[in-house]
Design a protein around this ligand. Structure first.
Ligand SMILES: Nc1ncnc2c1ncn2[C@@H]1O[C@H](COP(=O)(O)OP(=O)(O)OP(=O)(O)O)[C@@H](O)[C@H]1O
Length: 240
């Protein structure tokens, strides 16, 4: 089953391909342990899609395959209609660096760099020139503009995650993937970060795929799916 959602208003043309498309993705470890079984999903630009699942259900595997960090055993992943599956490693890395942003549970900011340098890193990796006006705007929009010369360890967790969210959007990616983005935060801080991610998706219109065990996180999504028994099924939730 392919689940297609009507994209909310966005700056992407209505005819554009989904920001992220998973087609019949299968992932089997050690030739025997099937974690994803013919999973299909469209993430349109301007949509935040949540996938919930118990520990060990395959959420990280899904994110890794979707973002081109890992190749599925079968099926196809397309990012803005460019196939990422089956590409040789160097080409896959190049595509990922330019078109995919990442938010992790543990922030994963580079500790030796300032926040400003962390924000600029995706542009450098993608071989783009450092657009200082854009980075300044990004920092203001994510509420970290006064912290650009600090290092990650100087910031409380919620500000580190704000900076990580800013970094994820820095290269103006087609798709952002978030793996348990609220897992290291208390409820109030989690709510703040979720509101930020949702508002950036609404404003800048990448697709955002978030895997989480947190029902509060899923409540910010345009649509929610459950990963169970290696399959995805839609979940009815009230969205905000
Ligand atoms: N590289 C690997 N080699 C073999 N098995 C793996 C590998 N990565 C994950 N697995 C197995 O695949 C299953 C799904 O793991 P995954 O980390 O994707 O689940 P998850 O839902 O993200 O779990 P959690 O919420 O605990 O992080 C688990 O049984 C795990 O042990």
């Amino acid at each position: 089953m392919t689940t297609t959602l009507a994209a909310p208003p966005s700056r992407r043309p209505a005819t554009a391909a989904p920001a992220l498309a998973l087609r019949e993705i299968t992932k089997t470890y050690d030739g025997a342990h099937t974690v994803l079984d013919r999973v299909s999903l469209d993430v349109p630009g301007g949509a935040l899609i949540a996938v919930m699942g118990a520990p060990g259900s395959g959420k990280s595997t899904l994110v890794h395959c979707a973002a081109g960090l890992d190749d599925p055993t079968g099926g196809e992943v397309r990012i803005a209609d460019r196939r990422i599956t089956g590409l040789e490693e160097a080409k896959r890395t190049l595509l990922r660096q330019g078109r995919v942003g990442f938010v992790f549970q543990s922030f994963n900011l580079l500790p030796s760099l300032t926040i400003e340098e962390n924000l600029a890193m995706p542009l450098r990796l993608a071989g783009e020139s450092e657009d200082r006006d854009w980075l300044r705007h990004l920092a203001e929009r994510t509420g970290i503009d006064r912290l650009l010369q600090r290092r990650p360890a100087d910031l409380v967790p919620v500000l580190q995650q704000r900076a990580a969210v800013a970094r994820a959007f820095a290269s103006r990616p087609d798709v952002v993937v978030a793996d348990e983005p609220t897992g290291a935060l208390g409820p109030a801080d989690a709510s703040e970060v979720l509101d930020l991610m949702r508002s950036l998706v609404d404003e800048w219109a990448p697709g955002l795929l978030m895997v989480t065990q947190d029902p509060a996180a899923a409540s910010r999504a345009h649509a929610t799916f459950a990963l169970e028994g290696a399959r995805l099924r839609p979940v009815l939730t009230s969205t905000r």
